[in-house]
Design a binder for this molecule. Structure first.
Ligand code: SF4
Ligand code: FES
Length: 211
């Protein structure tokens, strides 16, 4: 179950409430392009929770990669399902998109985390990869699949070091190639690894500061 978080701004509707967290938003605008009747950046307030059916609101919000948006149904309908497996999709020259049963800042199903090292809102992406023109060469794909089970994925941003990952997950590059399948790893968040998206210890050499 996703929890309400500090910084969540509520938008109350008849059958569904929506929360939006500006600090989590990476402005991918899936919401605005997906359901303009509800998400209109030129309107005030910019979210109208009664602008479409609850199903359409739920489907659109579940497509929000960052977890900035959440919904809270009041019509007895099902809450957002927790994905059966944990997945990281590595965006080309951009963040790590996590989906699953995530434990980060509480429980979460979606998050986009910085891997260029430049975000001012670590561990979350704030689109600084665009400003610094981050360019990433990913590790080679793998053929064999490891054992994947469900269960929580604990993400611990280590001080001046990588994202420590505890739990079962699969990692895919931007072309959909499998990069990792198994349990537990460490993912680069300094931007300097020679084996992205994995940590290779470069953060020590370059004096990465996570704060
Ligand atoms: S990150 Fe979520 S809230 Fe922000 S623009 Fe994209 S879909 Fe909308
Ligand atoms: S966090 Fe980038 S190499 Fe370890």
């Amino acid at each position: 179950m996703t929890e309400k978080r500090a910084g969540d701004r509520p938008y109350t509707g008849t059958n569904v409430d929506i929360t939006y967290n500006l600090r989590r938003c990476i402005h991918a605008e899936h919401c605005i392009h997906g359901l303009a009747q509800v998400f209109d950046k030129n309107a005030r307030p910019w979210i109208n929770a009664d602008g479409a059916s609850v199903e359409d609101v739920a489907a659109t919000i579940q497509d929000c990669p960052s977890g900035a948006l959440h919904y809270w149904r009041k019509d007895g309908g099902a809450a957002e399902a927790i994905p059966e497996k944990n997945t990281v999709n590595v965006w080309r020259d951009g963040p790590l998109q996590f989906t699953g049963d995530l434990r980060l800042d509480g429980s979460e199903t979606r998050a986009t985390l910085c891997r260029c090292g430049a975000s001012h809102n670590k561990p979350y992406c704030d689109n600084s990869h665009l400003t610094i023109e981050f360019s990433a060469q990913e590790a080679a794909p793998i053929d064999s699949q490891g054992e994947i089970s469900g269960g929580p994925l604990t993400i611990t941003p280590s001080t001046n070091g990588p994202l420590e990952i505890d739990g079962s997950l699969e990692i895919f590059d931007a072309a959909g190639n499998l990069l990792f399948s198994g349990s537990g790893t460490a993912l680069c968040r300094c931007g300097g690894s020679g084996n992205k998206p994995f940590c290779d210890g470069t953060h020590n050499k370059i004096g990465f500061k996570s704060e």
